[in-house]
Design a protein around this ligand. Sequence first.
Ligand code: SF4
Length: 254
Amino acid sequence: MIPSEIQQSVEAWLLWQQQLEPFTFDENFTNAVLSEFPKPDFSSFGIKPAVSPVAAPEKAVLVPEEDDSSLTPIERLRKKAERCTACRLAAKRTNMVFGEGNLNADIMFIGEGPGEDEDLSGRPFVGKAGQLLTKIIENGMKIPREQVYIANIVKCRPPANRDPMPDEAQCCIGFLKEQIKIVNPKILILLGKVAMKNLLGIEGAITKAREMTYEYEGIKVFVTYHPSALLRNEAYKRPVWEDIKKAMKYLGMM
Ligand code: SF4
């Protein structure tokens, strides 16, 4: 008799396998997702599986896959994220917040994760911090918000607006990396420490980090404060505007 926790673990692992199969992410993403459900160790129970403890039965279809062959790559990716339950944040989301904007955008803003307003609406940056970002784009950069692309490190709301945990971010970052590939912007503007850490692998204060520019997969990267930090501290307004101007100059917008 296989203990029930082992059986549940095997079933859950098979479920992830099923969900991941039709979409190919990069190796790090797949490993991160699979590490949520490591292969169970049967040895301590004296059980020796015949071939592999997690070999999928030939016709095990736990979640029926929809035919998405007529969808564009971004639509297919969104569908995948809508069905995603790869980390604990799936459990309490109202909506998965995929990201939105111009698929040919020159500028892509990346924040950390959805808050309450975003979770309820399914759209990124629509709460107070989002309204401030919209002002920065429309009043400061003088372009419509629809002209840029906006996304987050994680697609589901962390409880009580806490920062995404490292394993959640690792689990989700594959979606963002695919979005960046599809949009292929000229610049990325990272909003806050969580975006900086998870996309560039850099930790530390934004105050220092914003003094430099970076590169991600050949794309120029600027780092600035998250709009929610501006809501808490008006003193950040000037540095944010300086960072935005730096990005605009790079693009020849001023
Ligand atoms: S946060 Fe990302 S990885 Fe986690 S459940 Fe949502 S879409 Fe999936």
